[in-house]
Design a protein around this ligand. Structure first.
Ligand SMILES: [Zn+2]
Length: 130
């Protein structure tokens, strides 16, 4: 399936029941665009978490940190609306041993204007939430 924002190639990521509460709707999986990092819900859930380091080397290998991280990046297009969810996801990523702001920084460097949101600007807003 290609990205609805830019037509880029996407990765399907299964979302565990405990993480689903942070997403709008009740989809069992999301797609993450490799070109712009936009996220869309999908009913087509793969059995395993793909290698999310394909998105960027900055993304942690461990799915406990990588999945909530990709969800929060996907929600950044409506930070004000999803503030509570984003805060909870930031805390999960931290608990899994990864500094989420550091990864968002690296993604901002790698994706720049290609990203679906201004990651550098959002990173400053995220800092206020922690
Ligand atoms: Zn895209």
């Amino acid at each position: 399936m290609s990205c609805q924002s830019c037509g880029g190639e996407t990765l399907a990521v299964p979302v565990s029941t405990e993480l689903r509460e942070y997403l709008p709707g009740d989809a069992p999986a999301v797609t993450v665009c490799r070109a712009c990092l936009a996220m869309e819900p999908t009913d087509d859930a793969p059995e395993t978490v793909p290698d999310l380091t394909a998105i960027d080397d900055a993304v942690p290998r461990n799915a406990e940190a990588a999945v909530p991280l990709m969800l929060l990046v996907g929600l950044l297009d409506s930070l004000a609306l999803h503030r509570a969810e984003i805060t909870a996801l930031l805390e999960r990523v931290e608990r899994a041993g990864t500094d989420p702001l550091l990864v968002v920084d690296r993604l901002a460097d790698s994706y720049g204007a290609e990203a679906h949101v201004d990651l550098a600007a959002r990173r400053h807003q995220l800092e206020q939430l922690l």
